[in-house]
Ligand binder design. Structure first.
Ligand SMILES: [Zn+2]
Length: 342
């Protein structure tokens, strides 16, 4: 059970016990950052819960109609709800649709499962509308709420679900998952690449798997760092090259990586400004250029820019005009560098 999923021993034990003892709840809350495996666990758990011929330990048989439909990715009793495209919240109309659907019994499996992705996006009104269903769903139904930020759920929802927290994976687990699922066309990663994948993943396998193209990511990094280094040469050249580096097609498609690298670069400059030659750094090979950036921004300027980058990163992940995020950040860099010289 859950063999293909790495780590999360607590979650595995809790769910396996529930299956083995037949004490499966009717509403769960899977908490953890995006990419940690919440949906994969929901699918694996759901497969076992729906299976019509489970083993003595509750494990899915893999043969019944429900299991086969699940393997084909089109089990009509397993529903993933993500909210409407283009809308920031999941509104009450989505919950109403769920309520209308849930009264129809399952088609192939023992149970019918509703997985609500990004459940923190449910509006308060929608959460209130969902309460009754969470409390007393039809006995064949089960709900799994996927959530990164449970504080956005109302207390009455949180108190009616079985909550499971997903822990970050270890470096070894991340690298193992990476070599199994993504890899570098079968080639072994260099120690430097391993460090890069592990640092970027930050314990989240789904993030590591975004690293599909080392050449592209290396190129994005060179362009980004090169643009930041222009800050030393004066405002106008920096401004254009920085905005270009952030908004170029490949960079805009990989914002997470770009902001991660930008943070890492400026953090190194901050370390240099603070500790000088003995500073521990992530981007050692750029040490000379980083010394220039550290001198240009100063210790406080580096700290200020790390805050600004974090804000911009947040905005870039939301429905904010991405170009204006890049433009504002470029202006912040210039202002901060000027402030240093005064
Ligand atoms: Zn089965």
């Amino acid at each position: 059970m859950f063999e293909t999923l790495l780590g999360q021993e607590y979650v595995k034990r809790t769910l396996t016990d529930a299956l083995a003892t037949g004490r499966v709840g009717h509403a769960y809350l899977f908490c953890g950052p995006a990419g940690i495996g919440r949906k994969s666990f929901a699918a694996e758990f759901g497969r076992a819960v729906m299976c019509t011929a489970p083993g003595a330990d509750g494990e899915a048989c893999g043969q019944c109609l429900s299991c086969r439909l699940m393997a084909a990715g089109n089990n009509p009793d397993y529903k993933l709800i993500t909210g409407e495209e283009g809308k920031t919240g999941i509104g009450v109309e989505t919950v109403r649709a769920l309520e209308e659907d849930i009264v129809t019994a399952q088609a192939a499996g023992r149970r019918k499962i509703y997985v609500i992705d990004r459940s923190e996006k449910l509006t308060v009104q929608a959460q209130n509308a969902l309460l009754k269903t969470i409390e007393e769903p039809p006995e064949y139904a089960m709900l799994i709420l996927i959530c990164a930020n449970p504080s956005l759920l109302i207390d009455t929802v949180r108190s009616r679900v079985t909550r499971l927290d997903f822990a970050r994976n270890t470096r070894e687990e991340v690298l193992r998952a990476y070599s199994e699922k993504a890899g570098k066309n079968g080639a072994e990663l260099t120690p430097e690449e391993k460090d890069l994948v592990a640092a970027y993943a930050d314990g989240i396998i789904g993030r590591a798997l975004q690293f599909t193209d080392f050449e592209l990511f290396g190129q994005l990094r060179e362009e980004l760092f090169g643009a930041v280094d222009q800050l030393n040469a004066g405002g106008s050249r920096f401004f254009q090259s920085f905005v270009d580096a952030l908004t170029a097609e490949n960079a805009a498609k990989n914002k997470e990586f770009v902001f991660f690298e930008l943070t890492s670069y400026v953090r190194d400059a901050a370390m240099l400004a603070r500790f000088g030659e003995t500073a521990p750094m992530q981007n050692n090979k750029y040490r000379d250029k980083l010394a220039g950036l550290a001198g240009c921004l100063g210790r406080h300027g580096c700290a200020r820019m790390l805050d600004r980058i974090a804000d911009a990163w947040l905005c870039a992940g939301q429905n904010v005009n991405y170009r204006s995020v890049a433009v504002n950040l470029a202006a912040d860099f210039i202002d901060t560098a000027k402030g240093k010289q005064i």
